[in-house]
Design a protein around this ligand. Sequence first.
Ligand code: SAH
Length: 220
Amino acid sequence: MDQKFAKAKERMLRWDLKGRDIVDPRVLEVMVEVPREEFVPSTHRSQAYHDGPLPIGRDQTISQPYIVALMTQELRINPDCEVLEIGTGSGYQTAVLSKLAKKVYTVERFSDLADSSQAVLDRLEFRNIEYYVGDGSCGWPTNRLPPSGCFDRIMITAALPEIPEPVVKQLARDGLIIAPIGGAGVQELVVCEKKANRLMERTICDVRFVKLIGKYGFDQ
Ligand code: SAH
């Protein structure tokens, strides 16, 4: 580990994660393992473990570490899970998911963000990830779905008015999906479990995410 960041990482673990409600040992472990400093722009590297989001260009942000950990914990990922992530951004959340899941399928709308996140993840040797550039509000391209034809877990990391029907369709039975649902300012972080083709919904807390721009998201 880069010693420069050891103290900041320790502070994050103790106060921002364990000090709140992150209790899953695997999630805590992975939050320590993944070098967040590699995913933030060089201009903000010294603040990599800061308790908040940071800009990553294109008016987008890398999410606050606590929110990454909370969303990951809520998804209860196991090593057999095929996970869809909508909104690759910096690739940091992708890395966290990749350590816990069998495979991660991640979609980003901006090709430059997709390219730079893939470059970092390749350099750090994260191998169980498939990338796609496009409108994730329509789900993953149907001709590239995993063999089962659906995902065990889905994480949406940008705000949208409701969970899009094509995305719900790609969630396995008994699968979990987490997303910030609401308007452009503040949203509710919602976890849904798919039961016999209907979603059982639970609200976690209020959050602020950038908008998901797309057919089933916001216009601009
Ligand atoms: N998990 C990321 C969060 C990035 S912010 C991180 O921690 O770095 C949300 C991301 O969603 C942005 O990169 C944005 O460009 C992307 N996004 C917005 N609308 C999208 C869409 N329709 N499909 C795919 N990605 C989208």
